[in-house]
Design a protein around this ligand. Structure first.
Ligand code: S3P
Length: 173
């Protein structure tokens, strides 16, 4: 299992499939897993129960996915904010790579634009949320790769090189 974390717009859903193809693993996006399980879009889960309801559903989906077969799994940008999800990821990071795709705040906003499918973009203090989350990403990351101004292919190549280094150091995936 390889888990990708990072803020909205970090490139998890673009780099993830490239990485999965390179490693011969299936790719999954946890938001899509949640939408299939719940039978409604993430936006509707937020609208019905707010962020707390979404985080609870996200946590359950993450826990069951991590117990399943190997894949490259992209998490939503806020998954690390849920304490129980973060606790799940720390042991994963200790034995299996959690890759943090780093993106600056301004670039993240440029990449996601005004996507109405991402309710968190409407938060009054999005910059504060971004800053708060950095510690969460760093807490779970085994490997950190900067994505600023770089095409997905270059980011993917650097992740692959990093994974090879980790494998030599005793990690598996
Ligand atoms: C969220 C990010 C989204 C999705 C949900 C909440 C967040 O995923 O999980 O809208 O809190 O940052 P992406 O990071 O793939 O946009």
């Amino acid at each position: 299992m390889i888990v990708l974390v990072g803020f909205m717009g970090a490139g998890k859903s673009t780099v993830g499939p490239l990485l999965a193809a390179g490693l011969g693993l299936p790719f999954a996006d946890l938001d899509q897993v949640i939408e299939r399980q719940q039978g409604r879009p993430v936006r509707d889960i937020f609208a019905a129960g707010g962020e707390a309801a979404f985080r609870a559903v996200e946590h359950e989906a993450l826990a069951s996915f991590l117990a399943g077969p190997d894949a490259v799994l992209a998490l939503g940008g806020g998954a690390v904010e849920h304490p129980a999800s973060q606790r799940l990821l720390r042991p994963v990071s200790a034995v299996l790579p959690v890759v943090y795709l780093e993106v600056g705040y301004d670039e993240a906003l440029r990449r996601v634009g005004g996507d109405s499918g991402r309710p968190m973009l409407a938060s009054p203090d999005l910059a504060g949320i971004y800053r708060r989350r950095l510690a969460g990403y760093e807490a779970v990351a085994t490997l950190t790769v900067a994505t600023g101004g770089r095409p997905a292919r270059a980011v993917c190549d650097e992740v692959m090189a990093g994974l090879t280094r980790l494998e030599r150091a005793g990690y598996s995936h």
